[in-house]
Design a protein around this ligand. Structure first.
Ligand code: NAP
Ligand code: ZN
Ligand code: ZN
Length: 352
């Protein structure tokens, strides 16, 4: 079926209207009319080919909330009219050890991302994401919007399926909860979700930001403390006090001052994916205190539904600025200038 959206035609020009084909609805497919789509920094990295793997034209967007139009004949869990979500993954091999353990994001057979992956259903084409009117997705990779959420909240739920799960998964993996002292580096889309989620899990949360103007916001979002990481002496005071640090920064930077904040056996987990590597970390920063440097990639399918249910239970949503599709290029520029509180979401009714 024909659909339309906005696409990047190359790395240097603004996104433009773009029409393309979606596959027809197969037995296990859900056909979704997209209502809202969040703008993740990964969309910008991909649009501008900062990871050197973009297939053009590229239709970005992997924070999708929509309404079911039609389902395939084998689909039992979803019905027309249901509100559903789609995140960063639309398929995986389903047979490797990681898939069998519900860790589809680490699929060894190769997963299919929502955009910029070879599309197994559309030979020779990449997958096209959520900056579009409709999408067809396998039911296994479709999430239910928890019933507890009200319609007025739907736009602010979209970011949960990337920014939410990418921060929820490592917080759970490293068992953050009551009694944990957690640092969140960077207050952007991921960082603001990390603060809300870690707070809801019962941790003592500290925001580490480079933006003086965000310190107050950090506390409003649920941080117990906010520290300006660039201020002389501010970081030294916190040396050796954190159990876990989640680093969400989208650019290359010196990790050492953050790493020094960890206790013995503490972990810093990187989720930001800058185009240029971070400067190397001195090995003795790891050895002397048996600290760990790690990374984490989005989250599994069952875990994503668990995160949505957790958010419904704790009334956690994203703080968003709703934009129309023709404001998308301006939204990209503002995001790069650090001027968004704290996620742009596109109102897809503006796309005609
Ligand atoms: P964002 O909204 O742009 O936030 C990034 C934050 O990083 C900024 O708000 C800023 O916080 C901080 N920062 C400090 N110095 C920076 C600099 N020189 N340039 C840019 N940011 C700087 O981005 P996001 O959507 O949260 O995404 C963050 C990163 O995570 C991106 O690289 C994205 O691709 C990646 N990501 C990874 C995964 C995964 O699975 N691992 C999933 C989604 C996204 P302060 O102002 O507070 O310092
Ligand atoms: Zn994302
Ligand atoms: Zn697999």
């Amino acid at each position: 079926m024909k659909t339309h959206g906005y696409g990047a035609l190359n790395a240097d020009s603004p996104l433009k209207p773009f029409s393309f084909e979606r596959r027809s609805v197969g037995p296990h497919d859900v056909h979704i009319e997209i209502l809202y789509c969040g703008i993740c920094h990964s969309d910008i990295h991909t649009a501008r080919n900062e990871w050197h793997d973009t297939i053009y034209p590229a239709v970005l967007g992997h924070e999708i909330l929509g309404v079911v139009k039609q389902v395939g004949r084998e689909v039992k869990r979803f019905h027309p009219g249901d509100h559903v979500m789609v995140g960063c993954l639309v398929d995986s091999c389903r047979t490797c050890p990681s898939c069998k353990q519900g860790l589809e994001q680490y699929c060894e057979g190769g997963f299919t991302l929502t955009y910029n992956s070879p599309d197994p259903h559309m030979k020779g084409k990449p997958t096209y994401g959520g900056y579009s009117k409709q999408i067809v997705v396998d039911e296994k990779f479709t999430f239910q919007v928890p019933k507890k959420f009200k319609k007025e909240q739907f736009a602010s739920l979209a970011p949960l399926v990337c920014a939410g799960i990418t921060t929820y998964s490592p917080l759970r993996h490293w068992k953050v909860g009551k009694g944990s002292r957690v640092g969140i580096v960077g207050l952007g889309g991921l960082g603001h979700m990390a603060i809300k989620l870690a707070h809801a899990m019962g941790a003592e949360v500290t925001l580490l930001t480079t933006s003086p103007g965000k310190m107050k916001d950090g506390k409003k979002l649920g941080a117990d403390h906010a520290v300006l990481s660039t201020e002389q002496g501010a970081m030294e005071k916190l040396g050796g006090t954190f159990d876990f640090i989640l680093n969400t920064v989208a650019a290359s930077h010196n990790l050492e001052p953050f790493f020094q904040l960890l206790k013995r056996d503490g972990t810093m987990c990187l989720v930001g994916l800058p185009d240029v590597p971070h400067p190397p970390l001195p090995v003795w920063e790891l050895t002397l205190k048996r600290r760990q440097l790690s990374g984490s990639f989005i989250g599994g399918i069952a875990e994503t539904q668990e995160m949505l249910n957790f958010c419904a239970e704790h009334n956690v949503t994203s703080d968003i600025e709703l934009v129309s599709i023709d404001q998308i290029n301006e939204a990209y520029e503002r995001m790069l200038k650090n001027d968004v509180k704290y996620r742009f979401v596109i109102d897809m009714s503006s796309l005609n």
